[in-house]
Design a protein around this ligand. Sequence first.
Ligand code: PEP
Ligand code: MN
Length: 263
Amino acid sequence: LVSRKARPEDTIVDINGEKIGNGEQGFIMGPCAVESYEQVKEVALAMKEQGLTLMRGGAFKPRTSPYDFQGLGIEGLHILRKVADEVGMSVVSEILTPQDVEEALDYVDVIQVGARNMQNFELLKTVGRVKKPVLLKRGLSATIQEFINAAEYIISQGNDQIILCERGIRTYEKATRNTLDISAVPILKKETHLPVVVDVTHSTGRKDLLFPAAKAALAIGADAIMAEVHPDPAVALSDAAQQMNIPEFNAFIEELKVFKGKL
Ligand code: PEP
Ligand code: MN
């Protein structure tokens, strides 16, 4: 059902009026993890200033080590919703288990399924049965076909509001945190009718590569760019090395707006 053959026209995902997949290239930005109301509010206000409405932020964090910050959980979702309502934003946040999906529906506008859960089939089926857009991230070592099959699990349950997210894959290369598979973007656009987003933060893991990676993603046809922003990345509880601060975020968005105009 996700294939172009099944549906030749592009699927446009509508998030409170902000559309992904309609040909305009947007942004999904926000902190790696929700840490406090003040932190989220500061990022939201900066985003608002740039005309952005899609705010990401992790409340449930799938950390590689059990001793790392695991997120604020439901309290994090409360913070995201409160800030989003105050500032006029939509919330994109990861849900880790099928049991948490129902409660999350009151707080999030887009359910994120993270890389580590791309083949959590029960979670995929659960988010396939709800009426909320789903942002599905590519698994750490998933092939494009496995990624497409994961999206098929969601759509098979009735939900076609799916955004695919290329976030880098595991290779032998150590210069970047993951290897951004840029060719996945046109392949996914060709093989499926779903919008495709590129997460430049987790794919590169390097602040100095965020802008070039985003330019490449826009040039190759990505429907949106995802990147992380934190008011003070040095003290961030996760991904401290690659989150942008607010001035860096402003420069990033402004330069990319100019770049988009040249495409
Ligand atoms: C995230 O976007 O918050 C995240 C944890 O990314 P990924 O699932 O791609 O590692
Ligand atoms: Mn992160």
